[in-house]
Write a protein that binds this ligand. Structure first.
Ligand SMILES: [Fe+2]
Ligand SMILES: [Fe+2]
Length: 178
């Protein structure tokens, strides 16, 4: 009986050691994971401005850089778990940016009688409606909404800036706007 008790307590001791090792390992891997994430955030940005995004008009490029900066801010809020706190402000900034930026492009469409103005303005209206809609979703789950907006902005960059916006370069440049 005594020998059995001894074996039982020895097994219990081994089990306890195993638990301690598991907890320490879990803590170690959590620390390692957090360090990797911090390094990733430090060196990896979602997107950075490059000349490939240029429409060869300084005023417009400067505004597009603000857009990329806003995307980066949103990405930073998501990866640092700050979306709950920062998202409302980012949505307000995005709405203001959209109105201001589209009015700049459309001012030049009118001024230069740009041939693709109508279809470009329709694309602007759709984007503005999308952005305005995010204001109505402010009470939804912030993390999900943040991801949804980031996705929206990525599409905007790829489908609008890189295709529609680059189409007006020739017209704007021909009218002396660089
Ligand atoms: Fe644009
Ligand atoms: Fe545009």
């Amino acid at each position: 009986m005594r020998a059995e008790l001894l074996i039982f307590f020895r097994k219990l001791y081994c089990f306890r050691n195993l638990c301690v090792v598991t907890v320490i390992s879990a803590k170690f891997f959590t620390m390692l994971y957090n360090d990797i994430i911090k390094l990733y955030q430090k060196f990896m940005k979602l997107i950075e401005w490059s000349e490939e995004l240029s429409v060869n008009v300084k005023e417009i490029d400067d505004q597009h850089k603000l857009f990329v900066g806003l995307m980066d801010k949103l990405y930073g809020a998501i990866t640092s778990n700050q979306a709950t706190v920062l998202l409302d402000g980012i949505i307000d900034e995005l709405v203001q940016y959209t109105i201001f930026h589209f009015s700049t492009e459309e001012k030049y469409f009118n001024q230069f009688n740009y041939e693709h103005a109508d279809e470009h303005k329709i694309a602007h209206s759709a984007l503005l409606a999308g952005v305005e809609n995010f204001k109505k979703e402010k009470n939804d789950n912030k993390n999900e909404l943040a991801m949804k907006i980031l996705d929206f902005m990525e599409n905007w960059l790829v489908e609008h800036l890189e295709i529609h916006d680059k189409q007006y370069t020739k017209c704007f440049n021909e009218h002396g706007l660089y």
